[in-house]
Write a new protein. Structure first.
Length: 201
């Protein structure tokens, strides 16, 4: 599954500004999450991101949130994505914003990657988990719990089911959003709770 195969517009947008784009400008065109800058700000607040924190971005996409969070807080961000072209893009953005020593791009599937336990102070994932089959989300949340330090924060932006979907809605979710099924909010929270997370809002 390759969701985003043409990132030329991001390179073109940066180059059109002479390579001197600010992070405030970047989040207006390089965020795949619906909430843009406000979502990044909420993630910073929830995760208490600072120069002392090591944050994991699961499904970094085109990289806007990772760059914004790292640049504005000084935190180290490990940015993971399945797609090589997206990892290449965030590597380019990291260099553009002189964040090579703060952002660590990684290509791979977090479910199969070897990652040290209790190594991150916080984790965020924005509009990514919906692409994963419901039956694998327990496995994913268990992995999240394993790589996070004790009392670490987690911030997720995602879809959940508000009502039974119509046939046309189901078709759109599958073909346009690459989502084969959604849990209810209660089911979502229950899975997170079973993985060990507490104080879920």
């Amino acid at each position: 599954m390759k969701l985003y195969d043409n990132m030329d517009r991001i390179y073109a947008e940066v180059e059109s500004r002479g390579g001197s784009v600010t992070v405030e400008e970047l989040v207006t065109f390089a965020c795949l999450n619906y909430t843009g800058k406000s979502g990044c700000t909420r993630a910073i607040e929830y995760l208490k991101a600072s120069e002392a924190t090591n944050i994991l971005d699961v499904g970094c996409g085109i990289g806007g949130p990772a760059v914004y969070i790292s640049k504005t807080t000084g935190s180290r961000v490990t940015a993971i994505d399945l797609q090589a072209n997206l990892v290449e893009l965030i590597t380019y953005l990291s260099s553009t914003f002189s964040l090579n020593n703060q952002i660590v791009p990684m290509q791979g599937d977090i479910l199969t990657m070897e990652m040290p336990s209790e190594s991150y102070d916080g984790l965020y994932s924005m509009l990514v988990i919906l692409h994963l089959p419901i039956e694998r989300r327990m496995e994913l949340f268990n992995k999240f719990y394993t790589v996070l330090k004790s009392n670490a924060g987690i911030y997720i932006e995602d879809f959940f089911l508000l009502h039974e979907v119509t046939e046309s809605e189901q078709k759109s979710l599958k073909e346009d959003v690459y989502c084969n099924g959604l849990p209810t909010k209660e089911e979502y929270i229950d899975t997170l709770t079973k993985a060990g997370f507490i104080d879920i809002e």
